[in-house]
Design a protein around this ligand. Sequence first.
Ligand code: SAM
Ligand code: SF4
Length: 330
Amino acid sequence: MIDPFGRTVSYLRVSVTDRCDFRCTYCMSENMTFLPKKDLLTLEELERLCNVFINQGVKKLRLTGGEPLVRKNIMNLIASLSKHLVAGRLEELTLTTNGSQLSKYAYQLADHGVKRLNVSIDTLDPHKFKKITRWGDLGQVLDGLNAANSAGLDIKINTVALKGTNEEELKDMVNWAGSKGYDMTIIEVMPMGDIGSETRIDQYLPLTNVRNNLAEHFTLEDIEYKTGGPARYTRVKETGGRLGFITPLTHNFCESCNRVRVTCTGTLYMCLGQEDAADLRAPLRDSEGDEAVTAAIHEAIARKPKGHDFIIDRNTPVEPVNRHMSVTGG
Ligand code: SAM
Ligand code: SF4
């Protein structure tokens, strides 16, 4: 699958549910309306769709959400997809998770060939953690991380930089991640979906400032490390750990984009930051064979846009993408 700008699409992110056991302030409003269950692809349909993408050249698959590990019977899907790892058709199967269910699932994930996980933690202060996630419990997530560690999974911590919230703590988190042997990525907050009372401008912290502040405490050496994602990595000399920066706003990362995203209703988004999408559920449900859905995927890839137009400023009060991150997955 090659898009109009010559980029080969080999990375698929699948949001397996829009539901979540947390309500992070930058991601959701407290009173979210979730999709009706009948609109969701069944696990069997999700598997079939993933199989089609793998047949068309997807080599890396990331399950995300919402919270992927709260989807009922999600391990059945992971078990089915892991067969592609064994057969060598898929190079990597990973997840992005809030970590709340890892104590329960870490060993099963490792058994199914998952080698690394992205776990999202924005603070190590239990009170702040509750404030940011509204419903989350830091202790439970840290227990989950320990379980993942014991199961031999490599961990990358995802931390969204939030103005006035975890700004002062990022240095301690870099030290903590380094001491645990976790990679860490700091993410710039993206303007996606209505989040209720807070405004983006109150949350937005440009990563150029974050990096400059961290550079006062650490020696950050640019490295070529790539995971297939959009982060640019540095090596923190003092901890030996890797630290990535995802900067959709201060530095557009679209040139090397190899990704597309499918939602739990089977909608294919060719870009996280654009509205254009293709419905794959109808062609999937309307025929037993895969020809129609394969054709729909290729038609959509032929329209993959060059990049996104995220902007956060006081003159742009509406969210440019009226879709929560939990719909398309991070
Ligand atoms: N629930 C899982 C988790 O939190 O890791 C997976 C889904 S979550 C939508 C994926 C990632 O997107 C998380 O790291 C989260 O912090 C990040 N995220 C959510 N909303 C965001 C926003 N508006 N801007 C930047 N990152 C966001
Ligand atoms: Fe849930 Fe992840 Fe969104 Fe937080 S960031 S509300 S954990 S989907």
